[in-house]
Design a protein around this ligand. Structure first.
Ligand code: SAM
Length: 280
């Protein structure tokens, strides 16, 4: 297992809560299982990070610095053949570019500056072409602060052979802002789920005692099924809690069209269920 701590290089490095370390361990481990498992089956493996960040983060209150998701993917023992990084903040993207060229000068990486929902054409155009005898398999990590990832973006990418690991900000955003989102003038949940009539569905679920985070997660999974993905169960969506108040923040959910990916995800969950021994 690799090391995920790094030394300060003076470039931008946002602060994260200590719980984020769990996320990095899960994602880093999944990157490794996926890229190694697929390397002999697919001529070209592609990694897409729709919310890349600058490549380093600092754990609040500790001074510890960790690799962010782009560097974890670059550090996989069997690296991907192509990396596509999208980040809306130009300064953070610039920092990421410097770090990528320092850590993996030979990596084939494309950097796209802007909102991933708006830059989806550019992102898709960067995915290498699939041709007979030359299969391309893509893994896409989706790591927003909130529920701003539009389902139309995921749908567009789903026209490729692509697996997703999506952070569903069910508690940290959706549940906290439910009153705003219920306002018919607010389209955030509609865009997130790709379901214009979600409010009617929620009314029914709520009258049966349903909880909003679980309702959203299950609707999301149902939407992925319509795109040909295997339904992801609520209990297989890894919950991450805040270490300050032990409140749930989000769930990390894998979506694939192939059972094999779910076996890798189960392995990741097995490691993480024993946090004590969960060394990356
Ligand atoms: C939670 S951080 C993700 C960090 C990164 N995945 C990591 O592991 O360190 C979200 C990042 O997405 C960027 N961002 C926010 N909205 C975005 C959007 N619509 N498209 C692309 N990037 C966005 C933010 O500037 C921030 O750096």
């Amino acid at each position: 297992m690799g090391e995920i701590t790094v030394e300060d290089d003076g470039l931008p490095c946002p602060e994260v809560g200590a719980w984020a370390e769990d996320k990095y361990k899960l994602v880093g481990l999944y990157d490794r299982l996926f890229s190694t498992g697929m390397k002999n089956k697919w001529p070209t493996g592609v990694y897409i990070d729709l919310y890349s960040g600058p490549g380093f983060v600092r754990v609040r209150g500790t001074g510890r610095m960790l690799m962010g998701s782009p560097l974890l993917a670059l550090g996989a023992p069997d690296p991907f053949d192509k990396y596509i990084f999208c980040e809306s903040d130009p300064e953070l993207l610039g920092a990421l570019q410097s770090r990528v060229s320092r850590y993996s000068s030979k990596a084939n990486a494309t950097f796209i500056c802007g909102d991933c929902n708006e830059k989806i054409d550019e992102i898709c155009a960067s995915i290498p072409m699939h041709s007979p005898g030359h299969g391309v398999l893509t893994f896409c990590f989706v790591d927003p602060f909130d529920i701003s990832i539009k389902f139309s973006t995921v749908k567009r990418l789903s026209s490729y052979l692509i697996d997703f690991l999506i952070l569903l900000a069910l508690h940290s955003d959706a549940n906290r802002n439910i009153e705003n989102y219920l306002n018919p003038a607010n389209s955030k949940v509609e865009d997130f789920l790709g379901l214009p009539d979600w409010r009617e569905e929620w009314k029914i679920a709520e009258s049966r005692g349903g909880q909003f985070p679980r309702f959203l997660a299950e609707e999301y999974s149902g939407q992925m099924v319509k795109l040909g993905y295997i339904r992801q169960r609520w209990d297989r969506m890894k919950q991450v809690r805040s270490d300050e108040k032990n409140l749930p923040l989000y769930r990390l959910s894998l979506f694939s069209r192939h059972e094999r990916a779910y076996q890798y995800w189960d392995d990741v969950l097995k490691y993480s269920s024993d946090q004590q021994n969960f060394k990356f």
